[in-house]
Ligand binder design. Structure first.
Ligand code: ADP
Ligand code: MG
Length: 342
């Protein structure tokens, strides 16, 4: 009887977790896992939304004058509330189409750098977008839970989440963030470095999507990799005469052109380590530091950081999914983890 009752209750309530990232939004439906991962991009014309996600990203850089493609979460903060709400509405609807009668309980992972006003705006946006109840969790906490760190224990654990618009570094102990540092230097800056390098060194114009492809195919944080990738051949217009050009791009030239940006990330990690209380620092040295986010996939990055700080940096299996996975685990344990979630 009670199990019948539980089934009914289950039919009429369900939970979803959302990783509201600057580059990608992921939706994790309880008991189903990650059902959606799309770019956090909205295409608008005037104040009319034309497309969201994958479809809107295809329009980036290809839009006629009257259409603009907006990334509503620029640099880890919310640049546009109305567009954020429209984007959330679309993703919630898409992920939960088969439950159209029921409103979900939603847990949203938000950048730790956002203000109280922005937090309230995210909550209100998600409510307006169809959530029954909205909880928030800080992104580095969700990432730490997602990679399986024992966040509730009295031991220091450090996570470095390198996304598109921001890098979030946090030391976690006893279910709280003890010290954190958020900088607006992340994957997008690496892409921009590559774009500038291609124009300055090779006289070839590449768009940001192509520059990102170069980063993913041959990007490297160090010039001397154990297993270097084959050079990546791109085609684009010559900057000067607009004739088509082919360029073979190598990992070591990319390592040089993104070096300064990676140094900024290293400075932020050093700041975070400096702010860490000594007892927890000792734990961090013992446990190592986890990387998360798309930036964790950059070749040689974990090795470069490990050599620099003399602490082991680890890359989880699926760094792009860490935060979304963490929201799923947090939802399953919402009673036990209640103090992690607001
Ligand atoms: P966010 O949480 O801000 O949405 P993500 O964690 O989804 O960001 O990471 C997106 C960033 O990761 C982008 O800058 C993207 O270019 C970068 N990225 C994705 N895959 C790779 C890869 N294989 N190597 C290097 N960078 C990558
Ligand atoms: Mg993220």
């Amino acid at each position: 009887m009670s199990s019948f009752f539980q089934k009914i209750v289950k039919l009429f309530s369900y939970d979803i977790g959302i990783d509201l990232g600057t580059a990608n939004t992921l939706v994790n439906v309880k008991d189903q896992g990650i059902v959606l991962r799309e770019p956090s991009v909205v295409a608008v014309k005037g104040d009319k939304v034309l497309a969201v996600g994958d479809e809107a990203k295809r329009m980036l850089g290809r839009t006629p004058g009257s259409v603009t493609a907006i990334r509503p979460l620029k640099d880890g903060v919310i640049a546009d509330f109305y567009i954020t709400e429209e984007m959330l509405r679309y993703f919630i609807k898409k992920a939960t189409a088969r439950y159209y009668l029921i409103k979900p309980r939603v847990l949203i992972a938000i950048p730790s750098g956002i203000t109280e006003v922005e937090r309230r705006a995210v909550k209100e946006s998600a409510e307006a977008a169809g959530a029954r109840r909205v909880h928030l969790i800080e992104e580095p906490m969700a990432a730490a839970i997602g990679v399986g760190l024992p966040v509730q224990e009295a031991a220091g654990n450090m996570i470095v989440d390198i996304g598109g618009g921001s890098t979030e570094i946090a030391v976690i102990s006893l279910g709280g963030i003890v010290s954190n540092k958020s900088i607006r230097t992340a994957g997008n800056d690496l892409t921009a470095d590559i774009q500038a390098h291609m124009a300055n060194q090779h006289n070839v114009k590449v768009g940001s999507t192509m520059a990102e492809q170069i980063k993913i195919n041959v990007g490297s944080a160090i010039p001397n990799l154990d297993n270097p990738p084959e050079p990546f051949v791109i085609c684009g217009p010559n900057k000067i005469n607009a004739l088509p050009m082919e360029v073979a791009v190598t990992h070591d030239e990319i390592a040089h052109c993104i070096d300064k940006t990676i140094q900024k990330m290293e400075n932020a990690i050093r700041d975070a380590l400096e702010q860490t209380p000594p007892e927890l620092y000792a734990d961090v040295v013992r446990n190592g530091i986890y990387l998360a986010g798309g930036g964790a996939l950059l070749r040689g990055l974990a090795k470069r950081f490990s050599d620099k700080f003399e602490i082991e940096f680890k890359v989880p299996d699926d760094p792009l999914h860490a935060v979304a996975k963490g929201t799923g685990v947090a939802l399953k344990n919402i009673n036990r983890f209640s103090f992690l979630i607001r």
